[in-house]
Design a protein. Structure first.
Length: 94
């Protein structure tokens, strides 16, 4: 899966994209890395291969970050302290 879009702000923009190319032996589970990209969030979690469930943790972490980000974004909570809190909360989610 690949996606490329541009976030525009006046004359400045940030072009982002994501793609997933897992090792052949891990392709059946979509690789071990979690990632998400949107106009307001770009997040990557590297799945550490020594764990049997490395893919589940990294993908769940990114899911949690995205979910909390969307909740904060809709509530208008955007600042550095909020980002730190978001990451700490995402790591606690089951």
């Amino acid at each position: 899966m690949a996606a490329v879009q541009a976030l525009k702000h006046d004359e400045l923009y940030f072009r982002y994209g994501v793609t997933n190319i897992p090792k052949p032996e891990k392709a059946y589970k979509g690789g071990e890395d979690g990632y998400t990209a949107s106009d307001s969030l770009l997040a990557v979690a590297d799945g550490v291969g020594s764990s049997k469930d490395a893919d589940k943790y990294s993908k769940q972490l990114v899911y949690n970050v995205n979910h909390l980000h969307e909740m904060d974004f809709s509530a208008g909570l955007r600042n550095e302290a909020g980002t730190t809190y978001l990451l700490k909360q995402a790591a606690k989610e089951d």
